[in-house]
Design a protein around this ligand. Structure first.
Ligand code: GLA
Length: 715
């Protein structure tokens, strides 16, 4: 009997064969249509010196089925039961009839969701694996393990595995560090394991947003790509593995410490959700699927994303009512809509040495509480936002002095300090309740619309009661976010973690944007935002105009370069704008007006990145879903080796329509863009989508680290 399950949506198919008690993904990629696949014709030859039957990766690869790579499930009962043999015990599909067929005519069933139930009866294990193919083609999968045996089962690893075909010969993942997150790295896939481990107790600055494989030379607009993301904010691993027989898989899962998950009889462990996208047309197609899925979530922000002013790089810890009210006035006059008071407002917090944990407004700095500032901000027509870092504690705090046992650690000794801070053990219910009550009180007593929720350290030895607790801590943190949101449903939350060290769909399930990086240097931001937005749509990626002289790199940039860079995210300012010159304020106000005019497009359209032939420049655009309008940015990152920049193609438009293309920013083109301008730029041009997409338009001779924005409107 051949039994197959076929999920299809938006050009993607996943075909799972469950004929002989095993469960194998025969295909994940382009749509197979209604055609019946004779799997007998796909059975491999058996090579020399090998098992006597062909070996193909199971959905949970197992040594018991001949898999010689990393197993998808590992664990034991004090050493026994170390190798599971999982056998299908039933499958559920959410729609369509499921019929069985004989070996010659395999039965294929269209459906959007499938759960496979597998058991190892002798080993006392049951595993359910769920697959859900979203209408846009994004595949969501997760697994649940139940200990059906009589004694404890110590889990080492349960990961999700997806096969890719041999033509996926090039790998891509991201790495990074503080202030330089999401840097791409590419490599040829060869035999062996390419493993990215993240052991930070949080997602991590260097954590890869996706592990991807594609056809040789795939880029934003070309090539087939398979990409997998793990929605989890704790320790995790992502890998590409190729075996000697050529079988190649992508696998992701939580990374567990010894003894961290011990399942008592009847207990369950559930993996985080894995998100998997296939695109026949490059990385932009991967983004399409993530954006579409994210934007369809009921919790996705609906109203226009307000222009933010964050006080951090403007005043740091120098909190003073007069300074902050005058900053608020200047911001409001520029068109700012949300004013966020960053670190420094709570007890003892005059520097980053002390105070974390004592979430009470400091009367030394705020003798009348935050109300005078909040009233002023509200009176100026803006929302008020506040910075918090609830998961952390300084040893120099009332909290740590009163509850030293609430500080997480390996047991018996403390772990290393990081920014003079430690992690609060939120697995401890008392600590969790204290923090929830403080946040609840702050939000109840003050008119706060927004929290910037920070998390500023790695913790490689998270422990509760002497046992590793990253898994439990991550779950407790999620529960804290969920409880705060349930109690204050109108408060938006930003996830910040020393910049972009906690960017994943686990945290984004309970927050409204991420802070992509602590660098506001626009040159760095061009790359960081481009790659963060591979998965996270721009409306959820905080992007601020920093001071002209960057605080993180010392580089100096024109305001237009800074503003145009921030435009392709959730736009804000992080600069003492009282110091800006009159003309800079005018230019900033124009950029804000431009953002407001175009934010529906920027935050709802399709992101396209131009595969530009000159590495010294970078371009991307957002095209409205009906392709009637678009906004493109062209930015120089370095001095070009070309005398004249290559023409800029504008992908994603409708070939058959005519569009007017005009310079959107900077407004004062002749003043800022210099002498070398192509004639069309002065008054714009009209051309078809085909011409714009194939031939492109000549670009002006910008100096390094300059940018312009083009607006594109159908005629
Ligand atoms: C972290 C954040 C910054 C800022 C500081 C405050 O570094 O990433 O944006 O909020 O903390 O201490």
């Amino acid at each position: 009997m051949t039994q197959q399950h076929h999920l299809r949506a938006a050009g993607t198919s996943i075909l799972i064969d469950t004929s002989d008690g095993d469960c194998r993904i025969l295909h994940w990629g382009s749509d197979l249509g209604d055609e019946t696949i004779d799997t007998a014709a796909l059975v491999n030859a058996v090579p020399n010196s090998m098992f006597d039957q062909p070996v193909v990766a199971s959905v949970i690869p197992q040594a018991a089925r001949g898999w010689r790579g990393r197993p998808g499930l590992s664990g034991s009962r004090a050493g026994r039961g170390f190798s599971a043999l999982l056998v299908l015990d039933g499958a559920d599909q959410s729609s369509a009839d499921q019929k069985s067929a004989d070996q010659k005519s395999a039965d294929q069933v269209g459906s959007s969701a499938l759960t496979l139930h597998m058991i190892d009866a002798g080993g006392g294990l049951a595993v359910d694996v769920e697959y859900e193919l979203d209408a846009g083609g994004l595949l969501l999968t997760r697994a649940r393990l139940t200990n059906t045996g009589d004694d404890p089962y110590e889990l080492e690893n349960l990961s999700l595995t997806l096969p890719v075909p041999a033509r996926a010969s090039e790998g891509l993942d991201l790495t990074g560090r503080w202030a330089k997150e999401k840097q791409p790295q590419r490599h040829t896939i060869q035999q062996g394991t390419w493993l990215r481990s993240a052991r930070h107790g949080r997602t991590g600055h260097d954590s890869t947003l996706v592990i991807a494989a594609g056809t040789q030379g795939f880029d934003f607009g070309t090539g087939e790509v398979w990409a997998v993301h793990l929605g989890w904010s704790g320790n995790h691993e992502s890998m590409i593995e190729q075996l000697p027989d050529g079988e190649t898989v992508l696998a992701v899962g939580e990374l567990l410490a010894p003894g961290e998950v011990v399942l008592q009889p009847g207990d369950q462990y559930e993996t985080p959700t894995v998100y998997a996208a296939y695109s026949p047309a490059g990385l932009d197609g991967i983004s399409d699927q993530f954006y579409r899925w994210m934007r369809a979530r009921p919790s996705h922000p609906k109203r226009p994303r307000p222009v933010v002013l964050n006080t951090w790089e403007a005043v740091y810890f120098r909190h003073d009512l007069d300074t902050l009210t005058s900053l608020a006035d200047t911001a409001a006059a520029l068109g700012v809509e949300r004013f966020v008071l960053d670190d420094g407002w709570f007890l003892g917090r005059r520097s980053d040495n002390a105070g974390l944990g004592d979430w009470f407004v400091d009367p030394d700095v705020w003798p009348n509480g935050l109300t005078p500032l909040i009233d002023h901000v509200r009176g100026a027509g803006m929302e008020f936002g506040l910075w918090v870092e609830p998961e952390m504690v300084n040893l120099d705090s009332r909290l740590a002095r009163e509850h030293p046992d609430w500080v997480s650690g390996p047991g018996g000794r403390s772990s290393l300090e990081w920014r003079r801070q430690h992690v609060l053990d939120l697995v401890n219910e008392d600590a969790w309740n204290y923090i929830f009550n403080r946040l609840d009180a702050l939000l109840s007593e003050n008119d706060i619309a927004y929290l910037k929720w920070d998390q500023n350290r790695d913790q490689v030895e998270l422990g509760h009661a002497g046992r590793a607790s990253t898994h439990a801590q991550t779950a407790a943190v999620y529960r804290l976010f969920d409880a705060v949101r349930a109690a204050h449903p109108n408060v938006e939350i930003e996830s910040c973690s020393s910049g972009g060290a906690r960017v994943d769909l686990g945290i984004l399930a309970r927050t409204d944007r991420v802070w992509a990086s602590d660098t506001n240097d626009a040159l760095e931001r061009q790359t960081i935002q481009r790659w963060t937005e591979l998965v996270v749509p721009p409306e959820l990626v905080g992007a601020h105009v920093g001071p002209g002289h960057s605080h993180t790199t010392g580089r100096t940039h024109d305001l237009s370069f800074r503003a145009i860079t921030a435009l392709f995210g959730h736009f804000g300012i992080e600069w003492d704008v009282r110091e800006a010159s009159e003309s800079e304020r005018g230019e900033l106000a124009s950029a804000i007006a431009f953002y407001k005019q175009h934010r529906t497009l920027l935050h709802g359209g399709r992101m396209v990145r131009v595969d530009y032939p000159d590495a010294a420049a970078q371009a991307h655009g957002v095209v409205s879903q009906d392709r009637s309008e678009a906004v493109f940015s062209y930015a120089t990152l370095a001095a070009s080796r070309f005398e004249i920049p290559p023409r800029l193609r504008l992908p994603g438009l409708d070939d058959a329509r005519l569009y007017r293309v005009s310079l959107g920013l900077p407004l004062a083109a002749s003043a800022t863009l210099g002498y070398g301008q192509p004639p069309w730029l002065a008054s714009g041009t009209v051309a078809s989508g085909r011409v714009l997409g194939e031939l492109g338009l000549p670009m002006p001779l910008l100096r390094p680290e300059q940018a312009l924005v083009l607006t594109v409107t159908a005629q």
